[in-house]
Write a protein that binds this ligand. Structure first.
Ligand SMILES: NC(=O)c1ccc[n+]([C@@H]2O[C@H](COP(=O)([O-])OP(=O)(O)OC[C@H]3O[C@@H](n4cnc5c(N)ncnc54)[C@H](O)[C@@H]3O)[C@@H](O)[C@H]2O)c1
Length: 442
């Protein structure tokens, strides 16, 4: 049993804390937002993540997981503290480290006594912040005899599959200097690595940090490339779905992250690529591909709304139904979601939006307010609309009742930004299909 503190109870902190607690460790999760702590104490998850509620309730009942707004109290009793606060983008594209730095100061102030403690950087950062956190902790604990080591342990979980990703990881990257810190981290993760000990990879802290940035750049690059190829397929009347199948059967390429869509979104790819670009610039590393991926994605996010505009103009006064606002299925996260950009684009041109999302409604209401109509039922969103636009690949959208769509849609056209519908079925229902890169199929 280890005594752990996790600072920040967002998608990463809450899942990590709950999963460590489920193994019997004593975990205190800290969040500075009292409303989050209050909800979590009552066993109510503040994020949508399949399977998380059950783990929260059982670990709270067992007494292994607790919540507080007070970092100092929790840290003073613990063996290790994880920093899992957000690292959003500054306007320049660099990370805004104010939350990591504030957390490091708070942790340091709680460690002013002769004791060993490990501070684990789980937030996604650039290498400079590792040094910065070390400096902050050294300054806060100076002369106290505290022995504090900073370890990098970037998180690779994906929203929607976070519990599985955490409990059956492909890799756990630990960047630590001392043998004691490495041993501590190996012990902590052993229950998850027992079957495949090779998944835990030990390295130095900065290489661990760069591994995370590198992984997200690779994945974003694949998504960006398949999306550009989809646009090319539209231009030359080819079908990207056939092209994708051909590509995916090459074992050097494979099928994962090779699905054309409305552009990548979420809280990670965009900001991590921007931060990598800025960090490279500051350090004089001449990167051209990374900024290009980002630019390509920004352009691609407007590809579907522009097609809708071309097909239906003028958009002013027209009602459009949008299915899906989350940046991907199985999450309620709408940060940098292509659906949000598409809706903003259509609203700017005077369209009226009736939208549905199985989980992201609350966050969408916070973002759009009364500018769009959120419907609890997906078919209600379609009532009288000039078109249906599918932006998120939720299962519930994959086999719709075409008869009902035909009855309720006034415009009889479906824009499927995720290619989740069967073109023939749509056509047989008397509807027009516009997919992503399905030039000859449409
Ligand atoms: N969301 C993902 O899928 C994912 C995956 C891998 C890595 N990451 C990285 O993990 C980090 C956290 O991401 P997230 O999506 O969980 O963030 P989030 O924004 O959902 O949550 C961060 C939480 O930290 C809290 N917080 C901020 N400062 C605090 C402080 N000083 N003390 C206590 N609480 C504080 C906030 O109130 C918030 O609840 C980021 O660096 C992100 O890039 C995220």
């Amino acid at each position: 049993m280890k005594r752990l503190v996790v600072v920040g109870t967002g998608y990463v902190g809450l899942v990590s804390g709950a999963m460590f607690a489920s193994l019997g460790n004593r975990v205190t999760c800290v969040d500075k937002d009292p409303s989050i702590v209050e909800a979590l104490r009552a066993g109510r998850s503040t994020i949508h993540e399949p399977g998380l509620d059950e783990i929260l309730q059982s670990t709270i009942a067992d007494g292994t997981l607790s919540f507080t707004t007070e970092t100092a109290e929790a840290v003073a009793e613990a063996d290790a503290t994880f920093i899992a606060v957000g690292t959003p983008s500054l306007e320049t594209g660099a990370y805004d480290f104010q939350y990591v730095e504030a957390a490091a100061h708070e942790i340091g102030r709680a460690l002013r006594r002769p004791k060993r403690h490990i501070v684990v950087l789980k937030s996604t950062v650039t290498p400079d912040i590792y040094t910065r956190v070390q400096t902050i902790l050294a300054g806060e604990t100076e002369g106290s005899g505290a022995q504090v080591e900073v370890v990098s342990n970037p998180e690779f979980l994906a929203e929607g599959t976070a519990i599985r990703d955490f409990s059956q990881p492909h890799r756990i990257i630990v960047g630590a200097v001392s043998a004691a810190a490495r041993q501590f981290m190996e012990g902590l993760y052993r229950p998850f690595t027992k079957r495949e000990p090779g998944v835990l990879q030990l390295t130095d802290p900065k290489s661990a940090i760069v591994t995370k940035l590198a992984a997200n750049s690779f994945l974003a690059c694949r998504v960006g490339l398949i999306n550009e190829l989809a646009r090319y397929c539209d231009a030359v009347s080819a079908d990207i779905e056939h092209v994708r199948a051909g590509l995916a059967s090459d074992p050097r390429i494979g099928h994962l992250f090779l699905y054309p869509g409305p552009g990548y979104g979420g809280s990670c790819f965009g900001k991590d690529l921007r931060a990598l670009r800025e960090s490279a610039r500051e350090h004089g590393a001449d990167l051209s591909l990374v900024p290009a991926i980002e630019e390509s994605n920004l352009r691609h996010k407007l590809y579907m709304p522009r097609r809708i505009e071309r097909q239906l103009e003028p958009l002013a006064g027209r009602t459009l139904a949008v299915w899906g606002i989350a940046f991907k299925a199985r999450t309620d996260d709408i940060r940098e979601s292509p659906a949000v950009d598409a809706i903003e684009y259509l609203l700017e041109r005077g369209a009226r939006i009736r939208a549905h999302d199985p989980e992201a409604g609350r966050r969408a209401a916070q973002h759009f307010g009364s500018r769009i109509t959120l419907c609890g039922n997906k078919y209600d969103a379609v009532d009288g609309a000039a078109a249906l636009v599918i932006m998120t690949e939720w299962d519930t959208y994959k086999s719709p009742d075409y008869h009902e769509l035909h009855e309720r849609l006034s415009g009889r056209i479906i824009f499927d930004a995720r290619n989740i519908l069967d073109v023939l079925e749509v056509r047989q229902a008397g509807l027009t299909y516009v997919g992503m890169g399905r030039g000859c199929a449409t």
